[in-house]
Design a protein around this ligand. Structure first.
Ligand SMILES: [Zn+2]
Ligand SMILES: [Zn+2]
Length: 213
């Protein structure tokens, strides 16, 4: 199997991806007879994600130094840190065969803002940039990895390190009700926010459609 097809078959679907006509380079997704295409614009169909990758890889090689500097600067921003942290957590969930979805760093930052930059459980103000601080921002998976929780926006809330570490793989509600800082209002908020987040994912719907067809 060619390298690009291997990449394609292991790639996760992201928002706007769909199974479209086979591209002229025959980048076929898992015997579906179709190519994965990205979000169409008003004027044309979405590009095949493989064709797009080949093009951007070429561009990257030509401008390597420029992108290296850019990446170093990016890693020092809040967005950059959340971006790389999300990727490493996602990989861990994937390694345990849990359902994973790419969570965009913008959505994570918005989720933290929804909770006013506070821990969703104890309500302490979170330290956003300093990772050495005990109140440093962590992304808690409400249903833990061990209990088959998903890595997706519908399963994450901001938490402080101490809540995150203490909760571990316990049932969130049982654990929370035992805590001295338990608050009915905060529990309601967690449940409301998560219930309003779409689930299951685009990815599952896509896979489902062609498997049943
Ligand atoms: Zn293609
Ligand atoms: Zn906390």
């Amino acid at each position: 199997m060619s390298k690009i097809i291997n990449w394609l078959n292991n790639r996760e679907f992201i928002d706007g991806d769909y199974l479209g006509n086979l591209c002229h380079k025959d980048h076929q997704y898992r015997n579906t007879g179709k190519s994965v295409r990205c979000k169409p614009t008003d004027r044309k169909n979405g590009k095949c994600v493989c064709c797009r990758k080949i093009q951007t890889d070429k561009h990257y090689l030509k401008n390597k130094n420029y992108y290296k500097n850019k990446a170093t600067n990016w890693n020092q921003t809040l967005e950059g840190r959340i971006y790389s942290r999300e990727a490493s957590r996602r990989q861990k969930f994937k390694d345990s065969s849990n359902h994973v979805e790419k969570i965009f760093h913008k959505n994570i930052i918005a989720r933290v803002n929804t909770f006013d930059n506070k821990c969703a459980y104890c309500g302490i103000n979170l330290e956003i940039l300093d990772r050495t601080n005990q109140n440093s921002l962590e992304i808690d998976h409400v249903i833990p990895k061990k209990n088959n929780g998903s890595h997706c926006l519908a399963n994450i809330v901001p938490s402080c390190r101490s809540c995150n570490q203490d909760k571990r793989s316990k049932n969130m509600i049982e654990w929370y009700k035992d805590q001295p800082f338990y608050s009915k209002a905060r529990l309601n908020k967690i449940q409301n926010v998560l219930n309003q987040t779409p689930y299951p994912s685009n990815q599952l719907e896509l896979l489902h459609n062609w498997q049943l067809a």
